[in-house]
Design a protein around this ligand. Structure first.
Ligand code: NAD
Length: 481
């Protein structure tokens, strides 16, 4: 008797219940060895006042089973509610989002018949940390956080994935030409880790041209690893150009838990009509079965699904006169897959999966040892909310407050230098950055910053934020602008 794996299932909103029913039906018919714990999620839970879209029992079930198959959730509009997707990714530590995007030519209409790309997106950091502050009347700031361990975990995951799945190449998408420190760190780590996988080709592209090439010639790509925001955009482009966003599933992988979902949303316009395509959630379920060591069942379902697509049994979103033979609803599509369990596709490539459970992916265990750098405080950036418009006037107010240890070195507005000898034609908002630097050879500490801020306060200047300027091992740890 083979072991049964407990999983948590949430049907979700909109078309979620219909497609989840269809997927559970296919998995049961295929002999998946599962003990399903159903939990409510989404709108009904938000309405009961749970801001994260799952109640305590729901979170408890996921912590117990560690495997979550999630139907799509309508993103709450109400202030205070948090997206369940974002909450689950961060609270469960699901650092890797894995999205295979494969075309099924000629059965699903696409301009890219030979496309087979996997997008691996960092899931927890970047602008998605959601650290935002209104600083002045004019300016709101969002913080982009990139960490060494966060980058190392996702890049290593991408190379391990490529190795385990016999992929040839991993491409990093970054914007290090502009964000030299954050994206630069990601790329540096990518290059370091790539060297440990000599059998896998590694290259990188600036994300804008990378996205353009992906949209034009996706067959040039194999595995793409990228930061959270770029990954969000690029993975939707990739899924769309396979022919339909309704076909792709995704896995969110962490050290302790994993969550599997379709990439599409709750499609409220077609909810309750029985016409939604359950394929995206079914492909997510296939990834889940592989994850829990039921690759035999996953392959049975995947091959039967390919045969169904090949036989032209299509839901309305992929129905294509000339190729499609039968237009079916959600449940009839699931029945068609069930009828074909045990069959193989004839022209589309068949799939096979390992049947042993992957060991828990303990990404933290393989982080390279972190060395503490020698950190030296050399100055401070002080951001001011100042409604005046003349940088020389502001310098006149700030200069008398500067201390012998921290001297005013420059003033900038939206990163453009405006004092001294500011660039001509810079449009200035009410958000000013005054950079104070210690003279060569003068050691500064936190008390010097406190003294400076006290002086600014006495002068009636409204400081909204400070950033310490430090050198790490003698190298500048801050941008020049
Ligand atoms: P959507 O993905 O729900 O729908 C986009 C289009 O694709 C619609 O025309 C829809 O009818 C169609 N579509 C989507 N899935 C389909 C399927 N399985 N079969 C056939 N057609 C399908 O995107 P949206 O309308 O922008 O979002 C609706 C809600 O879902 C929003 O609240 C959004 O925030 C949320 N959403 C949730 C998730 C998630 O839970 N992971 C992902 C994306 C969007």
């Amino acid at each position: 008797m083979r072991e049964t794996t407990p999983i948590t299932v949430a049907r979700g909103d909109g078309i979620g219940p219909e497609i989840t029913d269809a997927v559970l039906h296919v998995m049961e018919a295929a002999g998946a060895r599962l003990k399903v714990e159903e939990v409510p999620a989404g709108e009904q839970v938000y309405r009961r006042g749970h801001l994260g879209g799952l109640d305590a029992a729901g979170w408890g079930s996921i912590r117990r089973t560690r495997v979550f198959l999630k139907g799509p959730i309508t993103t709450p509009q109400g202030y205070g509610n948090k997206s369940l997707n974002v909450t689950a990714r961060t609270t469960l530590g699901l650092f890797a989002n894995v999205r295979p995007c494969v075309s099924h030519h000629p059965y699903v209409r696409t301009r890219h018949p030979r496309m087979d790309v996997v997008i691996i997106r960092e899931n927890e950091e970047d602008l998605y940390a959601g650290i935002e502050h209104r600083q002045t009347d004019d300016v709101i700031q969002s913080v982009k956080l990139i960490s060494r361990p966060g980058s190392e975990r996702i890049v290593r995951y991408a190379f391990d994935y490529a190795r385990a799945n016999h992929r040839r190449k991993v491409t990093a998408f970054v914007k290090d030409n502009v964000m030299k420190m954050t994206d630069g760190l990601f790329l540096k780590i990518f290059n370091e880790i790539a060297a440990e996988y000599p059998e896998i080709k590694a290259d990188h592209l600036i994300v804008d041209i990378g996205a353009a090439r992906l949209a034009d010639q996706p067959e040039r790509f194999d595995v793409i690893v990228t930061l959270n925001l770029y990954g969000d955009i690029v993975s939707d482009i990739a899924a769309q150009i396979t022919g339909s966003v309704g076909l792709a599933g995704s896995a969110n992988i962490g050290d302790a838990c994993a969550m599997f979902e379709a990439i599409h949303g709750s499609a409220p316009m077609i909810a309750g009509q029985g016409i939604a395509n359950p394929s995206g959630l079914l492909m997510a379920a296939v990834m889940m079965l592989v994850h829990i060591g039921q690759g035999d069942v996953a392959a049975r379902i995947h091959n039967a699904w390919l045969k169904t697509i090949e036989d032209g049994v299509h839901t309305v979103d992929i129905f294509n006169r000339g190729v499609s033979r039968q237009r079916v609803g959600t449940h009839a599509f699931a029945d068609a897959v069930v009828e074909r369990l045990g069959q193989m596709p004839v022209t589309l490539p068949t799939v096979g999966y390992a049947v042993t459970a992957r060991p828990a992916y303990e990404s933290g265990v393989r982080l390279s040892p972190r060395r503490k750098a020698v950190k030296e405080l050399v100055g401070v950036d002080v951001f001011l909310h100042w409604p005046g418009g003349n940088p020389d006037e502001l310098a006149g107010l700030v200069l008398p407050v500067a201390t012998p240890a921290l001297r005013l070195s420059s003033i900038s507005n939206r990163s453009q230098k405006v004092w001294p000898e500011g660039n001509i034609g810079v449009f200035c908002t009410d958000h000013w950055r005054c950079r104070f630097l210690a003279p060569e050879g003068v050691a500064v500490g936190h008390p010097d910053i406190v003294e400076l801020l006290s002086g600014l306060a006495r002068a009636g200047l409204d400081f909204t934020q400070t950033e310490n300027l430090c050198n790490f091992d003698g190298k500048s740890g801050f941008s020049a602008t």
